[in-house]
Design a protein around this ligand. Sequence first.
Ligand SMILES: [Zn+2]
Length: 406
Amino acid sequence: MKAFRFLLKFLLATLLSTGAWAQSLPPIRVGDQPGFARVVLDLPKEATYTIEPLGAALRVTLPNQQVEPGIHFVSQPELAGYVLEQHENKAVLILLTPQGVTPRSGYRTMTLAALEGDGQRLVIDLSGAYVDTSPLPGFPGFRFAKASGRRFSVVVDAGHGGPDPGAVGPVAEKTVNLEVALRVRRWLQEAGVEVTLTRESDTALAADKRTDLTQRVALAEGKHLFVSIHANATVPARADGWCGLEVYYFGPPSARPFFPPPAPLTPTPPVAIAPSPLDALSSPAPAGILDPGAQGLEDNEPIPAQNLPTPTPQMNSLRRMELSRTLATRVLSYMLGATAAVNRGVRSSDYFVIRYTSVPAILVEMGYLSHPLEGQNLRNPHYLDRISYGLARGVLEYLENDHPLE
Ligand SMILES: [Zn+2]
């Protein structure tokens, strides 16, 4: 009798732990919100869960729960679809996240009381614009080691200004560009770099756009490098989905973007970055961002060659292109490390300011003002601190490790 009771207890425990007696969970609910996808799971009150970001997917494990296994297509920018699996003693939900998820970015969760009954709702919001907006911890200042004793000089260009607002979102692009340029100047000056800003207030360098751009470019003469700071915007049809960082250098229009990994911000000895085609495979690239024609509504559109001023004598153009590409890689890596933002890659283009500079030059796009969430990030001073730190750190690492000693 005792043995029988024990057996009964054992069977009961087994059944409960396998969830064989549990009812299947109600279907998962998916909503399409401006700038994010919302996934809602209706769970019993006592249910527990674990959530693991896996890069291109978010795994939700639900011990002792039952689901109807299957594959579901969603096709939102932030959620391609989801897979439900039933394991022996747990259910698993895998959310396929084209914009990527990391422990620092890509998703937010909350639990709420059920709308009816005493259960709970697990709410998972997915968006590439969920980034690290926490206050920047105090990193030790950068010290040149290999390049010690050298005085570097850099031009930081806050794009647009005055009558030209640039892209418009919750804040005008010209304003964000200047906020970041001023922060970048401070970081670089603290490291002993001489910084020239193309503008220090809300002004244009000239009434005529071409003259304005030509004057910005001319400031780079005799300096070590040129960084142009911009924020992006896209057409309304894509505004809900496009977000993230991209850095341009002047290069062949056919060059495919590549996706350097985020660089750690801890003051470890610098490690040389050797961009390789494998970089493009090692980093999740959301469908659609490899589109070489992908451009925003920027006014830094290429300007036809016949309208150009006579180019100034340049560093060997192939060498300048290689150095610009390396600089772009450094800067994007450190910006990604600082922000955990979506990686839209190092790209080539023939924007005026990076084409006609005589020194290594890049154009940084800090994100999309047209995105409902990223536009708000670009108003957040903590986020601008992170963007600026990453940008300055990338420039310093480039000067330390890559810039040729003349
Ligand atoms: Zn711009």
